[in-house]
Design a binder for this molecule. Sequence first.
Ligand code: 26Q
Length: 824
Amino acid sequence: AWRKHSAAEFNTKEEFEKDLVRHIETTLARSMYNCDELAAYSGTALAFRDRLIIEWNKTQQRQTFKDQKRIYYLSLEFLMGRTLDNAMLNVGLKETARDGLSDLGFRIEDVINQEHDAALGNGGLGRLAACFLDSMATLNYPAWGYGLRYRYGIFKQEIVNGYQVEVPDYWLDNNPWEFPRHEITVDIQFYGNVKKYQDESGKIAHSWEDGEIVRAIAYDVPIPGYGTKTTNNLRLWSSKASSGEFDFQKFNAGDYESAVADQQRAETISAVLYPNDNLERGKELRLKQQYFWCAASLFDIIRRFKKTKRAWGEFPDQVAIQLNDTHPALAIVELQRILIDKEGLEWDEAWQIVTKTFGYTNHTVLPEALEKWSVPLMQNLLPRHLQIIYEINLFFLQSVEKRFPNDREILSRVSIIEESHPKMVRMAYLAIIGSHKVNGVAELHSDLLKTTLFKDFVKIYGPDRFTNVTNGITPRRWLHQANPRLSALIAEKLGSYDFLKDLTLLDKIEAFVDDKAFREEWAVIKRENKLRLAEHIKATTGYDVNPNALFDVQVKRIHEYKRQQLNIFGVIHRYLSIKAMSAEEKKKVVPRVSIFGGKAAPGYWMAKTIIHLINKVADVVNKDPEIGDLLKVIFIADYNVSKAEIICPASDLSEHISTAGTEGSGTSNMKFVLNGGLIIGTCDGANIEITREIGEQNIFLFGNLAEDVEDLRHKHFYGDFKLDPQLERVFDAIKDNMFGDKADFTALTSSIEEHGDYYLVSDDFNSYITTHEMVDEAFQNQEEWLAKSITSVARMGFFSMDRVTNEYADSIWNVEPLDVTEET
Ligand code: 26Q
């Protein structure tokens, strides 16, 4: 260490200002005389970036030097949100930056708001990956994320005449947080054919030849931990034509069009994130994305392993690869291919290495979300991989046959190949067979996996291969960053911010539940947060909302199973009830603001119809003079991570009302409770464990249980269905054209009345309405509500992502954190 303190490591306000000005004037070539908020943002980001880079380099050196087992988290989605605010808090210099920016005439909040969200994900699964990265760095695990560098993330949503309109999200222009590594490339092969040959020893071997090559280029993003030296790496792959820009032979021969077309076809692979959440559609480009990213990542991981000169048998002692759903399941096949075709290992030895290396996380039991790829498609795109899949399947089925010689049916049920027309590759089965651990994301979900979807595999492998790790969230972003005042109040009572690194310490605030000053401060903070959201609503929708009203929030992807339709039908019911009231009766009504937000997949027509209905109801209700402040309906357009940071701290009540047994876990439920909001929910996903932790007196549960869902659906199917009478009133209002042309909404009503009510909206309606009446009553007793709020937050320690990371490390990865106390 030839210098202790590099220029980039500012620590005081003055040093920060100097760095900021230097970046604005030199890096950005701007003058301080016309420095706008965008330039102030860029300068601040660059100043903090310098600090991160130093720790990042040191971390990578330290990890290479210590040479321990590393975690590789493979995810097609990383829903990161903004970086600057997080970076400032992680290095503990946000207040320094605030003062410095203020000297130069800027409000830090305005500067932070200049940043574009990194929205490389759809919803829960992508955000979970981002929380993992934060937590692994904070806990000093040597870990890398691997993903795709989409040119377009999840689309931006606009609402035009009540309809969702999708706008492309181009986010890459002057993004200071990524570092192109033009020297780190991998050439990826597609199509072509397989040649059999005899190697020197006379053994039959295979080589994959011809086809086309696309080049993967690495882009690295630093991932700082909170209050630690560790800064890990997220590596995102971008696709380019393999010959660089153009095929110069074609170009020189005058075939410009075809040269450009080749280039564009290559670049298309990393062009856009598929915007389907919990739905798979079998498109070739998606399969190309998956293989491109898996192959590049594995090549990179193997390159790093080879530098250690270890024997192949030690690979699983150095490498743990976690598969975020089945999207990276091809990595299993790719590793097996490399080991046998390229490295010359025997099948069995290679397969041992493979299964010891991988772990697979399942996020859903919904049949429409389970990935299947058609055999002809795979045959064409990845001919050698298909052969290997057949081989894996053959050995697997042989072992099953040996164990269950009298069960003929089991073979077709567990085969990786579904014998349909065309035949399909079942990716979940491939992932189970190729991994040593499979986990679900909440207790109920993991139990359902074991008793339904993966039942046969439990019989085959025994129960030990299947486990549960209930999801969590990072308290850094979802408490400290989103709700700084609440975080500060808690820190004041606990004497430090240590709870951000050990969230179980929150339980100590329960001792203050009767402390008058503490309670008042708690209430003031919630009110401030509601005011902030009210301002956002005013600015984006033009509607005024009463900050004293109960803010009732449902923000998440729009999906029938998540049942935003149940919520909006409940709102209509409330509207009709108020309209039928006398002036006297109206005085007793608890004012409400029903807030919705979320994107529909562009091709998901029913989800778009739900958005349309919400907006139409808003039009009518919000302008009805008989209603006034008693009810407002708000649809917040373009719900994303940075909007969640405003919305979560501002809710009194949030809704997590999926049909029981359908939501893997849910994670926004945790974010809302951690910010002092109560929740209404079904006995589904992590709601069940939230109830266990915070106590059932602190949550509003309703609806049918998962164990009864199948029976109810069965009954509906055989015509045993009666529309709930109160829901019928709601449907009558819709059919009276109260919210515009009823024809716009027939799909929604008829799916319930005529097509079996698959999601049990009618079955749960009465329970839902009654429970909302209990919510109203509880909200009228503000003192008790406040006690519930404080008690719940105090008991949320379990849902820290750090607990989740440690559980994966112990039970799946067998990895230890790296000691960072000594200097390297
Ligand atoms: C698959 C194939 C082709 C195209 C798209 C997809 C695809 C993309 C995204 C399939 C599924 C997803 C996303 C799933 C998801 O977000 N699941 C959620 O994961 C959360 C974290 O574990 C859980 O909390 C939620 O319950 C679960 O719905």
